[in-house]
Write a protein of this length. Sequence first.
Length: 138
Amino acid sequence: MTSRFLILSIFAATSTASLFAQEPTKLKLNIPFSFHVGQTTMPAGTYTVQNGLVAKQILTLRAANGAGVHIGFIPNSTSRPPAEGKLVFSKYDGDYFLSQVWTPQSTTVATIAKTPREFELTAKGRPADQTTLVARRK
């Protein structure tokens, strides 16, 4: 029983240390158009994006007015981390969909899953244009 307690204590201590070692990154940017994130439509405005606030593979996107959404993402990697953060949007016939979030100095790229509406537009042969906005550390 004592050895089991000791093992659990060591595991808890090392897990907690690694949790606090990963400081969330907070980015700020102005998005000049309304856009879709999952089933939510967000208006144009100033936003902050923060990773790791709720869970490791969840981003928090918050508008200046306080409205926000949590976004699950698929982590991908790049061999060349960007110097600045950026958000990439796919645009179909005037509708913007958040597709990627790049964090400065990080090799992890947060890829947002396509929505059913995006799949529908793609199936109809509508090509997507990419729009990239630079995000500054807050």
